[in-house]
Design a protein around this ligand. Structure first.
Ligand SMILES: [Zn+2]
Length: 609
């Protein structure tokens, strides 16, 4: 009796979902044949698994290519009776019934050609000389077995190399500690070029996949730029989050996406040929994410899930502070050319002009804008995306407040380092709402209640005076006619259009004082035609408005929309408009201490330098 109970208990342990029992093994196999590179054949071999368990496709919190649409011929075989079954429950969820717990799930993923607007580095892509494999789009995982280690075997054309954060043997076999590690390690495959360098105990690897007949550029200068960037980031945080880190660089692609131990980045080699640091702003941004947003992660943000991501109030930290450092790190690393156009004062002026140029940045708080992530501004007026700009401005102010309060001995760097150190002991738990504020207070040895209440949780306005005053500067804000680069007045086309639903673009009205805002449209109206031309894409929009000219007789342009099933026609005035102008000028008096601070600020120097 006792034995029977023990046996039952043992079986319960083996079949407990999510259990770390070594009896369960999960092995992935991905095959790409040289003759069919756009077809990935996959299998997942389960041994010792529960009788039934779910299988899912991960939905990524930021970019989701919805590859569940391109899975073909999904089947399971176990070679035993009763027969194994796999049943679809939802677009991203299946249920596997596997009597005796052992069997093989097989399927094909058809890699899609890129859209006419070009490759996106986070979207799967394949051609004869290689492929970008974004794991969530290929590797189904079981949410109930996600904590278990998995193996991966690749079978790829012999001329292809592999670059991935997952350690692989020379015959392309590797192990991942859990499903998330596998799903967070993109595979760049093909005729790759490789470099590496080390900094502060971390080995950095660079893999570059050129376009066929792509433009050559100074790769040594490019890799040196990455090294300088890594050194500047280590200056902030003290260490990298991982002992190995991989830059996966794809020529001819757009966008970039951060992961725990790697980053995928699209570059344009022709532009790198003109300036090897051309892509550094974007690279610095995504690289900084390895700390801020991945290691220093808001609670719940982008956790492993097959459902729409959870919301966070902290994107102004994850994205906005990252933008701030994308600018500052490049200055510290000497990667910004020294022309006045790229000066830090110029950069801050442009940010402020954008901030004062759209009322929504001053009506929706950074926290509210963060929480609206993923919504269309055509449906939710709080979906301003303002947390990028607001967060970058707030970062500069926060740095100034901390420096003032600590006699220049501490700054934003110390807040970020404290957040990173905290993340190392948090066992993967993200930081809770309010934690950043507590850390900022403790680094500052001051209370920042009012700053957070008014400018972070409240809609501001963001007050950059503390940042400017300590540099002997003040802002002069006025407005001037909006012109093109030749000084000709340009027509008021300040209107948002959401093109995310193919063939049904929707208007987003963010400012009622603009020509389009005053014409009678509402957010959500479906745009049909401009001047009689159908508009379904941004390219259509540009074509339709390119001929609009401002003239004495104040012409209008007819715009047709559909609202609640009804076709409606509006006339939009083609008029000039004034835009916000911000100049940063010397304060009435400038002390020598302020001049010295300004000099250090222009170079983006840390409080430690
Ligand atoms: Zn970002």
């Amino acid at each position: 009796m006792r034995t029977a109970i023990q046996t039952l208990a043992l079986m319960a342990v083996i079949t407990t979902l999510g259990d770390r029992s070594p009896r369960v093994s999960i092995g992935y196999h991905l095959t790409i044949e040289p003759t069919h590179v756009t077809q990935a054949e996959l299998s997942i071999t389960f041994r010792g698994a529960p009788d039934t368990f779910p299988l899912a496709m991960r939905v990524h919190g930021e970019y989701d290519a919805q590859y569940w649409r391109y899975i073909e011929n999904l089947r399971i075989d176990s070679g035993s009776t009763p027969a194994a079954r796999i049943t679809r429950l939802d677009s991203t969820l299946w249920r596997v019934s596997l009597p005796h717990g052992s069997g093989v799930v097989r399927y094909r993923v058809v890699i899609q050609p890129p859209p006419s607007t070009g490759m996106r580095v986070w979207k799967p892509y394949a051609r004869a000389d290689g492929a970008m494999i974004n794991p969530p789009d290929f590797f189904l995982y079981s949410p109930e077995l996600a904590q278990l280690p998995v193996t991966l075997q690749l079978e790829i054309p012999p001329s292809w190399k592999v670059a991935t954060a997952l350690p692989l043997t020379s015959d392309h076999f590797g192990r991942a500690a859990d499903a998330l590690t596998l799903l967070d390690s993109p595979l760049l495959l093909g005729t790759l070029h490789n470099w590496s360098f080390s900094e502060a105990g971390t080995q950095y690897h660079v893999a570059y996949w050129p376009l066929p007949n792509g433009t050559a550029f100074d790769t040594l200068a490019f890799v040196d730029g990455l090294h300088r960037l890594a050194r500047a980031a280590i200056g902030v945080f003290g260490a990298a989050p991982t002992r190995d880190y991989l830059f996966q660089i794809e020529d001819g692609a757009g966008d970039a996406l951060e992961h725990r131990a790697s980053v995928t980045i699209g570059v344009n080699a022709a532009r790198l040929a003109r300036d090897p640091n051309d892509a550094m702003q974007e690279i610095a941004h995504e690289f900084f994410h390895a700390w801020n947003l991945v290691a220093i992660r808001p609670a719940g943000y982008n956790e492993l899930s097959y459902r729409a991501p959870r919301r966070t109030p902290s994107l102004w930290i994850g994205e906005g502070i990252t933008l701030y450092y994308a600018d500052v790190l490049r200055r510290r690393a000497g990667l910004v050319d020294t022309s006045p156009r790229n000066g830090r004062l110029e950069h801050l002026s442009r940010l402020l002009e954008r901030y004062y140029g759209l009322p929504m940045y001053r009506s929706v708080s950074p926290v509210r804008a963060s929480l609206a992530f993923g919504d269309s501004p055509a449906d939710n007026p709080e979906a301003t995306g303002g947390y990028y700009l607001q967060g970058e401005l707030l970062a500069g102010v926060l740095d100034a407040l901390v420096r003032d309060s600590t006699h220049e001995s501490k700054g934003l760097d110390d807040i970020m380092r404290a957040m990173f150190v905290r993340s190392l002991t948090s066992a993967g738990q993200g930081y809770a709402d309010g934690e950043f504020e507590r850390v900022a207070d403790s680094v500052c040895t001051c209370r920042l209640d009012e700053f957070f209440a008014r400018q972070v949780r409240g809609a501001g306005p963001i007050d950059v005076r503390p940042e400017l005053a300590r540099l002997g500067l003040r802002a002069v804000i006025d407005s001037i006619p909006a012109t093109d680069t030749l000084g000709n007045a340009i027509p008021d086309l300040r209107v948002g259009i959401d093109f995310t639903i193919p063939t049904a673009p929707r208007l987003v009205i963010q400012d009622s004082s603009t020509a389009w805002g005053g014409a009678g449209f509402r957010s959500g109206d479906q745009l049909l035609t401009i001047a009689g031309e159908p508009v379904q894409s941004f390219a259509d929009f540009r074509r339709a408005v390119s001929g609009l000219r401002i003239s004495e007789d104040a012409p209008t342009v007819p715009v047709e929309i559909e609202r609640r099933g009804q076709r409606m026609r509006f006339s939009v005035p083609v008029t000039a408009y004034r835009r916000a102008r911000v100049r940063l000028v010397d304060a009435a008096t400038v002390t020598s201490a302020e001049r010295a601070r300004r000099h250090a600020w222009l170079e983006g120097r840390s409080s430690r330098q």
